[in-house]
Design a protein around this ligand. Structure first.
Ligand code: T4K
Length: 379
C-alpha cells in the first residue's frame, strides 16, 4: 500500500473488543443493585454468577473475585506455595507477576511450539528441592497437557495450579477446564470472550481450599468481628456480576461467532505461503477467543512488517505476548541469561500476531484483513 492510500478500515478494528450480551438486561440488573443498596461483599448477583460458572464448568466451588490477577494471588497464597514455582515465560506477564508479588521465585520452563503450552519435559528439568509447585497456563484457550503435568506434580509432591484465564468454556479429554490440578483461575476482563467488566474466579473441587479462598478474598473475616486468617480485598462487586449474568445467556452465541470467524481466517490464511493459524482441537470444546497467526520468519517474512501494514490499515492486531515475560522487568535483570534455555519461547515470541475477532468482527471484515495480510507478505 502506498502511504497516501486510505486505510482499509475507517475505524480501528481491535483485538479484545468486549462482547456485550444484553445491555437491557444489564441495566435491569444494575437497577436492582441500586434499589437493594447491596453493592459488594458476597452480594446476591455475585452468588448467582458463582453458581452459574460452577454449574457450567461442573466444579464444586467457584469463588468470584475482582480480576484474574488477584484470583492467581489468592490461589497461590491459599495453596501455600513457597520458594520456587515453575511457570511458562510465554504468557501474559500477570501469571509471572502474581508469583513475584507474593515473594516467590518464578522459574521459567519452555513451551511446546505446537501448542504454546508448557512442555512437561522442560518442567521436569527445572524441578529442584526448592520447587513447591507448577503454575501452568492454558494459553489461548487451548488446554495445557493436564495429564502429564498432573503426573509430574504427583511424582514430585508438587502443587499444580492452572491459570485458565483464557480457557473458560474449554474442555480437555472431554472434561471441562476448571477441574484440573488443585485449583484453576479465570479472568473475566473486558477483553475476554466472557466479561464481567473486570473480574475473575477461582474454581476448585476441594472444600477446605474453597473455604480458605473465601476467607482470603475478604481480609480473612469469618464473621463481623472475627478475622481468622490473612487476607486481602479480592471481592467482585455487584455491577461486575450484573455484567457477567447479562452476558451468560449469550455465551454460546459468542462462541459460535468466534468459531465462524476462526474458520473464515483459517480458509484465507491457508492460501498464503509461510503463514498459518495456531490450530484448535475441534474434538474438544473451545471458546475460539484468540486467532493466533504464526509467521514463518525462516521464509523471509517479517512479523513486524505484517503488523505494521495491518496497523496502517487500522487493524490493531497485537504481538501478544511479546516480549516474553523473561524479557520484561524485573525478570530480565534478575535472570538475564535464561533465554538461552527457552529456545521455543524465544522463537515463538518473534512470530506471533493476534488478530481481531469476537462479535465486533464479521466475515467481510475478515476478508479485508486477510487481503491486507496477503498484500503485506508480497511487499
Ligand atoms: N493470566 C493470563 C494468561 C491473562 O491473559 C491475563 C489477562 C491474566 C492472567 C490477568 O487477568 P486480569 O487481571 O486482567 O483479569 C489485556 C488485558 O488487560 C488482560 O486482562 C489480558 N489478560 C491480556 C491478554 O490483555 P492489554 O493491556 O493488552 O489490554 P488493553 O486494555 O490494551 O485492551 C486490549 C484491546 O482491547 C485494546 O486494543 C482496546 C480494546 N478494548 C479494551 C478495553 C479494556 C476495548 O475495546 N474496550 C475495553 O473496554 O491487556
Amino acid at each position: 500500500m502506498q502511504p497516501t492510500e486510505a486505510p482499509a478500515f475507517a475505524e480501528p478494528l481491535h483485538v479484545g473488543r468486549p462482547n456485550i450480551g444484553s445491555p437491557q438486561r444489564f441495566h435491569e440488573l444494575v437497577d436492582g443493585v441500586i434499589a437493594r443498596r447491596w453493592l459488594s461483599n458476597d452480594g446476591p448477583l455475585v452468588r448467582e454468577l458463582e453458581s452459574r460458572v460452577a454449574d457450567s464448568v461442573g466444579v464444586k466451588h467457584c469463588v468470584a473475585v475482582a480480576n484474574g490477577t488477584i484470583a492467581l494471588e489468592i490461589a497461590i497464597r491459599a495453596l501455600g506455595l513457597t520458594g520456587e514455582v515453575i511457570v511458562p515465560s510465554w504468557t501474559f506477564v500477570a501469571t509471572v507477576h502474581a508469583l513475584r508479588w507474593l515473594g516467590l521465585t518464578p522459574i521459567f520452563a519452555d513451551i511446546d511450539p505446537q501448542t504454546h503450552c508448557l512442555d512437561p519435559e522442560s518442567v521436569r528439568g527445572r524441578i529442584t528441592e526448592r520447587t513447591s509447585g507448577i503454575l501452568a497456563v492454558h494459553l489461548w484457550g487451548r488446554a495445557a497437557p493436564v495429564e502429564a503435568l498432573e503426573q509430574l506434580a504427583e511424582e514430585h509432591g508438587l502443587t499444580l495450579l492452572f491459570d485458565a484465564s483464557h480457557a473458560f468454556g474449554v474442555s480437555s479429554g472431554g472434561r471441562m477446564v476448571g477441574n484440573f490440578g488443585s485449583a484453576e483461575t479465570f479472568s473475566f476482563h473486558a477483553t475476554k470472550f466472557f466479561n464481567t467488566l473486570e473480574g475473575g474466579a477461582i474454581v476448585t473441587n476441594d472444600d477446605e481450599l474453597a473455604a480458605r479462598l473465601r476467607l482470603m478474598r475478604n481480609f480473612g473475616f469469618a464473621g463481623e468481628d472475627n478475622v481468622v486468617s490473612e487476607g486481602t480485598n479480592g471481592k467482585m462487586n455487584e455491577v461486575c456480576a450484573a455484567m457477567g449474568l447479562s452476558n451468560f445467556d449469550y455465551l454460546e452465541d459468542v462462541i459460535g461467532i468466534n468459531r465462524r470467524n476462526y474458520h473464515r481466517y483459517a480458509a484465507g490464511i491457508a492460501e498464503i505461503p509461510g503463514l498459518s493459524l495456531l490450530t484448535i482441537d475441534e474434538h474438544e470444546r473451545s471458546n475460539y477467543q484468540y486467532v493466533v497467526l504464526m509467521v514463518d520468519q525462516l521464509r523471509g517474512l517479517s512479523r513486524d512488517a505484517i503488523l505494521a501494514e495491518l496497523r496502517r490499515n487500522n487493524v490493531l492486531a497485537r504481538r501478544y505476548f511479546w516480549p516474553s515475560s523473561h524479557r520484561m522487568e524485573p525478570y530480565r535483570s534478575l535472570q538475564p541469561n535464561v533465554g538461552s534455555s527457552l529456545p521455543n519461547t524465544e522463537q515463538i515470541s518473534e512470530s506471533v500476531i493476534v488478530l481481531p475477532t469476537g462479535t465486533a468482527v464479521d466475515e467481510h471484515d475478515i476478508d479485508i484483513v486477510v487481503g491486507v495480510i496477503r498484500r503485506a507478505t508480497a511487499l
